[in-house]
Write a protein that binds this ligand. Structure first.
Ligand code: AMP
Length: 214
């Protein structure tokens, strides 16, 4: 199964994608995670992306498209994948279509996680994740059961993203509405667009998603 998840920053794409990865055995491809790994490794791509990401803007399409095309060719993607954070612009959506056609693949589902923008700033500014397994937490809405210890893997090191601050969040939300939302008509025309209520509890969102995926 090949799936695209849409939603503004804070909508829960990463959380839901990790759950689908476990239940459906398909790999989560987060372009944000891939770029953060490039930044941490100090690669050429990471150096190009760092400042753009810290400002909340979008990394140039050609860099992202090349990165995702290489990733899809890897062995672990052969049973399917969840695209989380890609495509984010019309040229990326068109390049994805062409790239998949060339590889003889197709997208099965496109799901938008619908949320209220106002709630996203609060969600994003309080979030952090486990360095060991990537499990996501929140200062207010989802604290680890034991303070400072990951519920999933017992890890004790956590990270907050450099771009999860109030100023950058508003630029990221604006980028989503101006550059990403216009792609929906492209997928609507293909009859692929579906949506879930992302303001519901995390488990309820997963249930809605599973109902769509069958
Ligand atoms: P995310 O983790 O999806 O919120 O992405 C974090 C940041 O990485 C974004 O604010 C962008 O700067 C960059 N980024 C991630 N995915 C893309 C993409 N598909 N196109 C352009 N920039 C991206």
């Amino acid at each position: 199964m090949k799936l695209i998840l849409f939603g503004p920053p804070g909508a829960g794409k990463g959380t839901q994608a990790r759950r689908l990865q476990e239940t459906h055995g398909i790999v989560q491809l987060s372009t944000g995670d891939m770029l953060r790994a490039e930044v941490d490794s100090g690669s050429e791509l990471g150096l190009q992306a760092k400042e753009i990401m810290e400002a909340g803007q979008l990394v140039p399409d050609d860099l992202i498209i090349a990165m995702i095309s290489d990733r899809i060719d890897q062995e672990d993607c052969k049973d399917g994948f969840i695209l989380d954070g890609f495509p984010r612009t019309k040229p990326q959506a068109e390049a994805l279509g062409a790239m998949l056609a060339e590889k003889g693949l197709d997208i099965d589902h496109v799901i938008e996680i619908k949320v209220d923008d106002d709630a996203m700033v609060k969600r994003i500014t309080g979030r952090f994740s486990c360095d060991g397994c990537g499990a996501g937490y929140h200062d207010e809405f989802q604290k680890p059961k034991k303070d400072g210890v990951c519920d999933q893997c017992g890890g004790t090191e956590f990270t907050r993203r450099a771009d999860d601050n109030a100023e950058t969040v508003s630029v990221r939300l604006q980028a989503y509405h101006e550059q990403t939302s216009p792609i929906f008509s492209y997928y609507k025309e293909k009859g692929l667009m579906e949506e879930v209520d992302g303001m519901a509890e995390i488990d309820a969102v997963t249930e809605q998603m599973n109902a769509l995926l069958g």
